[in-house]
Design a protein around this ligand. Structure first.
Ligand code: TXA
Ligand code: MG
Length: 325
């Protein structure tokens, strides 16, 4: 079971753990989050691992200030208005990722956008002291309900993490509202702890709702969410002429020597390392212009499930009518 430490005594130890690349469950005003260094691949992989049966949905990055946020995302005047009005608070803004931001591609799932939020209190202070944003999905295992008390986090994730910071019951109890701000369009991606109607009435900004009444699907849930230009051929045991090869473990694919380009997710066959490398390696191979990326089999256990989930989405047909973001 994890140590439960009262918020008033937890700051220094939490800073140390996060600086060391560990994950810690932390209270925010919305729900408990499972936090890690957003610029560290291994830390982010450990977040997904602790969530169990994970999917690599993009994660929200928590910042301490608008200034920190602006080093990682491009703020239009509209985005700045929203941040100034509602931060700190239960509002997440999805904005264009700033080129050169050290936020790891596993956080953004390889997207060119990033979700940023300035929470109230403990987590914002942590990010301020550390000097980097904290990636933090809700602190529940996949498919379980969101935790709003330290005890609920303990019951769900206690065997998989070392420490839970106890900040009592979350004040809002609902995840943040996620708003995507693009040139000419402001859209709700997820309704949450800040009413969209209130955002509109307090700013005069019109916010688009999704066309259907069905729950909003964040892009991480769309079939062809991460779509490289190249086609992907999964579970490849042979490399065809002109194909790039994405390896896993000691290379076994026949014809690997004549691959047009090659990258290995993890020579040692380590799934955590493979998760860290997944999106950046796909990008590198995609940028070579090879029409097909052959991907060696990746085992399905642990983080392998999420890796295979993402690979399947990247390999999914593009004409299924589901937009790739
Ligand atoms: O209140 C909250 O938002 C909590 C606390 C811990 O801050 N966090 C939270 O994170 O709910 P999570 O990972 O459970 O939900 C993140 C949502 C996902 O649905 C994901 O698809 C969406 O944010 N998201 C993240 N980055 C995105 C991006 N670049 N574009 C669109 N959606 C994004
Ligand atoms: Mg969640």
């Amino acid at each position: 079971m994890a140590d439960i430490v009262p918020e008033s005594e937890a700051f220094e130890r939490t800073v140390e753990m996060l600086r060391g690349g560990h994950v810690v469950a932390v209270p925010t005003e919305t729900v408990y989050g499972l936090a890690g260094d957003a610029t560290s691949g291994p830390a982010v992989a450990a977040i997904f691992e602790a969530k169990g049966r994970p999917r690599f949905n993009p994660l929200i990055c928590h910042v301490t200030s608008l200034e920190m946020a602006e080093t990682h995302a491009e703020f239009s005047p509209l985005a700045r208005t929203l941040a100034e009005k509602f931060w700190p608070g239960p509002l997440t803004l999805v904005l264009p990722l700033k080129p050169g931001s050290p936020i790891h591609p596993l956080v953004t799932a390889g997207l060119q956008t990033v979700a940023l939020r300035m929470p109230k209190g403990f987590v914002a202070r942590l990010a301020g002291s550390l000097g980097f944003p904290l990636a933090a999905p809700s602190a529940n295992s996949s498919g379980r309900i969101t935790a709003t008390t330290a005890a609920a986090v303990q019951a769900d994730l206690g065997s998989r993490i070392d420490m839970i910071v106890d900040g009592g019951q979350c004040a809002v109890g609902l995840e943040s509202t996620i708003i995507k701000v693009e040139e000419g369009a402001v859209t709700v991606l997820r309704p949450g702890g800040l009413a969209v109607r209130d955002i509109e009435s307090l700013t005069g900004i019109a916010i688009a709702r999704p066309a259907s009444r069905s729950p909003v699907e964040a892009p991480g849930m769309l079939t062809s969410h991460y779509a490289p230009h190249a086609a992907l051929r999964l579970n490849a045991n042979i490399v065809e002429e002109g194909e790039a090869l994405l390896g896993f473990g000691p290379v076994r694919a026949a014809g690997a020597g004549k691959a047009a380009a090659f990258a290995n997710l993890s020579e040692a066959g380590d799934l955590r390392e493979a998760a860290v490398n997944l999106f950046s390696h796909l990008n590198v191979l995609d940028s070579t212009g090879a029409p097909v990326i052959a991907v060696e089999p990746v085992p399905g256990e642990g983080l392998g499930e999420a890796i295979n989930d993402r690979l399947m989405r990247a390999a999914a047909p593009r004409d299924s009518g589901q937009a790739a973001h």
